[in-house]
Design a protein around this ligand. Sequence first.
Ligand code: AMP
Length: 282
Amino acid sequence: MQIVTDPAAMQQLAFTWRDQGGRIVLVPTMGYFHEGHLSLMAYGRGQGDHLVVSIFVNPTQFGPQEDLDRYPRDLERDCDLAAKQGVDVIFAPNAEQMYPPGYQTFVEVTEVTRGLCGASRPIHFRGVATVVLKLFNLVQPHVAVFGEKDYQQLIAMQRMVADLNVPVTVIGRPLVREADGLALSSRNVYLNPEERRTALKLSQALFLARDMAAQGERSRERLFAAITPLLDAEPLLRLDYLSLVDNHTLAELPTIQHTARLAIAAYVGQIRLIDNILLEVP
Ligand code: AMP
């Protein structure tokens, strides 16, 4: 496995692969790998000839009060894990290389980024869209693999490639959970044992709603009335949002027709966690 840090070198390598007719797959990440990341790599390995995993903690998607400086990093461990997944190249540029002096161009996906995480993180998706388009230009992938853990990000990236005619197929893959239900996240390492127990309430609330929907419940009001007490009872938990949205447009839904996405974001202590689940009414 090769580690490339220079963006120009990455792009040159991608052009060479393309000239040879190779199919390129990209898994964009911020590193500090867990089984969720590894599942994307395992899937991506089967999608082409050259598998690139980018590791870049992108400063433009963090707000001034957010955890950019505290975000966990361990490049050596990540490289070991990626090599075991058959990754060909780790692309790990630094912030100065990606945003040199004079940088001033940004990509904005307007509608699907307004609600959910976009409401409390106003510059977040602009940063995400910008860095992902830059990564697409540097890595020249045919396919890019994203996790449904960041469901709004996945929808925004599908919107971006459609709107800007970017010749990349954006594929979403299922959210990977711990055995007890907690959504895997690089930020979970910051949870102390008490916070870890509290964090479980997010997935428990989603599972309860999923089960109610499976038994025929369509009403947002009744679903929320059932699950909010679970969350309100937790002194360490501060809800950011609980949203029932259309799977594709992310528009808020008063009732479920057939399917919907239930998404949640909450602070557990100082750590902001997100989770989401597909609701299906039979
Ligand atoms: P991150 O490094 O957190 O920016 O995530 C990189 C990619 O991994 C994104 O496409 C995420 O949606 C995906 N990802 C993160 N956590 C999970 C998870 N628990 N299950 C599946 N994919 C995930």
